[in-house]
Ligand binder design. Structure first.
Ligand code: AMP
Length: 289
């Protein structure tokens, strides 16, 4: 595995590999790697001959009162994990190279970027899509792998890729959870032991909605109320429970393809999770953390 920092060196590497007939897969991350990220690497290896994993904590997608400064970072550990999983290039662009000046032109995500996470975090998805587009332009991958854990992000990235005719195939891999149901997230590192227990309310909420749906309830409003009942636990401040279609549109009646999305604060930590009703939480990947 090699580290690449310079943007032009990254592009030259991909071009050289592709010139030899190799397909390049790309896994963008903000680092502090966990098994969720590493499963994306596994998937990337299935889809291509070479794998690039980037680590870049993108200031553009953090609001002024969010956790950019304290976002967890551990490059030596990330390097060992990426190497152990067969990453070929660890791409570590520097902030000054990515944003020599504050970018003026940004990708506008459209209405789907203003709901749910976008409503709670104004400008977040413009920041995400702008950095993803920049990274695609630099890495020039044949395929890029994202996690379903960030459902709205994956949906918007697919949308941008289609709307801009980007020559990249987008693959979305299942959510990886701990055995008790908590979705893996770099932000779980913020949780104190009592908060870690309280955080289970999110996956319990998804399961409760799924169960109610399997029991015959098809009203989105009734299912959201059921989810909210389960989410309201001591130490948990619910932000939303919603049922949307695969394009993030709100629904009145749900189907097996509908998605339950949930966001809540546990202490100071904001967590999100989701499940496709017809798949269910049990179909996600469970690992011992
Ligand atoms: P992040 O480092 O949080 O920006 O995430 C980088 C990528 O990993 C994104 O595509 C996320 O959706 C994905 N990811 C994060 N957590 C998980 C998880 N628990 N399961 C699957 N993918 C994940």
């Amino acid at each position: 595995m090699q580290d690449i920092t310079a943007l032009d060196a990254m592009r030259a590497w991909s071009r050289a590999e592709q010139g030899r007939g190799a397909r390049v897969a790309f896994v963008p991350t903000m680092g502090f790697l966990h098994e969720g990220h590493l499963r994306l690497v596994d998937r990337a290896r299935e889809l291509a001959d070479r794998v690039v994993l980037s680590i870049f904590v993108n200031p553009l997608q953090f609001g002024p009162s969010e956790d950019f400064e304290r976002y967890p970072r551990d490059l030596p550990r990330d390097r060992a994990l990426a190497h152990g999983r067969g990453v070929d290039v660890l791409f570590l662009p520097e902030r000054a190279a990515m944003y020599p000046v504050e970018p003026v032109v940004r990708v506008a995500p459209g209405a789907a970027g203003d709901v749910l996470e976008g409503a709670a975090r104004p400008g977040h998805f413009a920041g995400v899509l702008t950095v993803v587009l920049k990274l695609f332009t630099i890495v020039q991958p044949d395929v890029a792998v994202f996690g379903r854990k960030d459902f709205q992000q994956a949906t918007l990235v697919r949308r941008m890729t289609a709307d801009f005719n980007l020559p990249v195939t987008i693959d979305v891999a299942p959510t990886v959870r701990e055995l008790d149901g908590l979705a893996l997230s770099s932000r779980n590192a913020y949780l104190a032991p009592d908060e870690r227990r309280a955080a289970l309310a999110l996956s319990r909420c998804l399961r409760a909605v799924e169960q109610a749906w399997r029991g015959g309830e098809a009203s989105a409003a009734a299912l959201a109320r059921r989810g909210l009942d389960v989410l309201r636990q001591p130490g948990v401040s619910p932000e939303y429970v919603a049922l949307v279609d695969e394009r993030l549109q709100p629904l009145e009646r749900v189907t097996a393809a509908s998605v339950v999305v949930v966001a809540a604060r546990v202490g100071k930590t904001r967590l999100i999770d989701n499940v496709v009703l017809g798949d269910g939480v049990a179909r996600d990947v469970a690992v011992r953390a």
